[in-house]
Design a protein around this ligand. Structure first.
Ligand code: PLP
Length: 379
């Protein structure tokens, strides 16, 4: 099998599994316990807080463990909406966010909040001037993703952070696809809250974190015990958190090397597709793009049909994000770029990671060429 759907999820790194196992077997103490056995779990969880904080230039006390990207996004938006509803009811986001953001915004809209969805240019990048113009007196939150899950476009985070700082508004970024795939520095970028998810960087599913800068106080999202400074109740997912810490530790050391390796492979794949197959459109930017992301439309065919043929060849790809798979109507992200019907229908996303190889790329290109030709012959 050749796995090219790393934006949907990644395999757990062997080192991560090894780090997790003792916390499922012998070291199973509940971090809330006050005897030594339980305190060992708490110490291990707090060490992960330190590792994660160091990786984004934050303080350990600013890291809150969650069940993943969706929860972190929901908490950031709904928590701030609840906490600041007396101050204002306007939230700014973009038209290309993940559904964890869009559907939470739509939920808040039903409860009286006013949502501005910023447009993006044809490469999937917002215009900071439009953001500055959209800010109002009653704006309580700016939520703009760091990098897009479908087309890999990277937003001008520093410029966004600067606008948020000037207007004294919290800037939340969904960094689920970006974290550990590009540099994230919450101080330099003036990020107030940041969502991340372990299974996107070789950790286990069902575990993530929300960075919340000191002084920002979203309402509690889960009510119950006093875990996570009393604002996110529930017994910690200790094995998941330990694994996430190990995934960060392993990845951060090799991040620059990994970025170059994955980007070279992606660029080779794109080069050969563009040069050897006619009727191909690159979706998203050529440069301000996540290193492992490739999204292209093969005009005149159905991306879904190509996906199925590639699956029969042992290649896993996607025709959009994992969360929109199976829904009809085409990707809201590609629509926001102004893509026409042919581009919407013919889209295929391939997301690469370090376990992929150049030999795999040669096989993938060969299979895409043959399958695209066969599908075009049929139509
Ligand atoms: N945000 C983005 C940009 C994503 O790509 C995803 C998952 O694909 C999520 C949020 C949701 O994360 P999780 O799967 O951890 O709930």
């Amino acid at each position: 099998m050749i796995y090219l759907d790393n934006a949907a999820t990644t395999p757990v790194h062997p080192g991560v599994l090894k780090a997790m196992l003792p916390y499922l077997e012998e070291q199973y103490g509940n971090p809330s316990g006050i005897y030594e056995f339980a305190e060992k779990s708490k110490e291990a969880v707090d060490r992960v807080r330190e590792i994660i904080a160091a990786s984004i230039n934050a303080k350990p006390g600013e890291i809150y463990f969650t069940s993943g990207g969706t929860e972190s996004d929901n908490w950031a938006l709904a928590g701030m909406a609840e906490a600041l509803s007396g101050k204002g009811n306007h939230i700014i986001t973009t038209a290309i966010e993940h559904h964890a953001i869009i559907n939470t915004c739509e939920y808040l809209k039903q409860r009286g909040f006013d949502i501005t969805y910023l447009d993006v240019n044809k490469e999937g990048i917002i215009n900071p001037k439009q953001l500055a113009d959209a800010v109002r007196k009653d704006t309580i939150l700016i939520s703009i993703m760091a990098a897009n899950n479908e087309i890999g476009s990277i937003q001008p985070l520093k410029a966004i952070g600067e606008i948020a700082r000037r207007n004294n508004i919290c800037f939340h970024t969904d960094a689920v696809q970006a974290y550990l795939h590009m540099e994230m520095d919450v101080r330099k970028m003036n990020i107030g809250m940041m969502s991340a998810s372990a299974h996107k960087f070789r950790g286990a599913k069902g575990c993530g974190f929300l960075y919340i800068r000191d002084g920002i106080k979203p309402a509690a999202f889960m009510h119950g015990g006093k875990q996570e400074s009393g604002i996110r109740a529930g017994t910690e997912n200790v094995p998941g958190i330990i694994g996430m810490g190990e995934a960060v530790r392993i990845t951060i050391q090799e991040m620059q090397k990994n970025i170059v390796y994955v980007r070279n492979m992606r660029d080779y794949l794109l080069y050969r597709i563009e040069h050897e197959i006619p009727g191909v459109v690159l979706n998203g930017p050529r440069h301000m793009r996540l290193p492992g992301n490739l999204n292209v439309s093969f005009l005149g065919i159905e991306g879904q049909s190509l996906l199925i043929m590639l699956d029969m060849d042992g290649i896993c790809t996607s025709s959009g994000s994992a969360c929109t798979a199976g829904t009809s109507g085409g990707s809201h992200v590609l629509k926001a770029l102004g893509a026409d019907d042919g581009r919407l229908k013919g889209a295929l996303r391939m997301t690469l990671d370090t376990q992929n190889t150049m030999e795999e790329m040669d096989y993938v290109i060969w299979r895409i060429k043959e399958n695209v030709a066969a599908l075009r012959d049929k139509s």
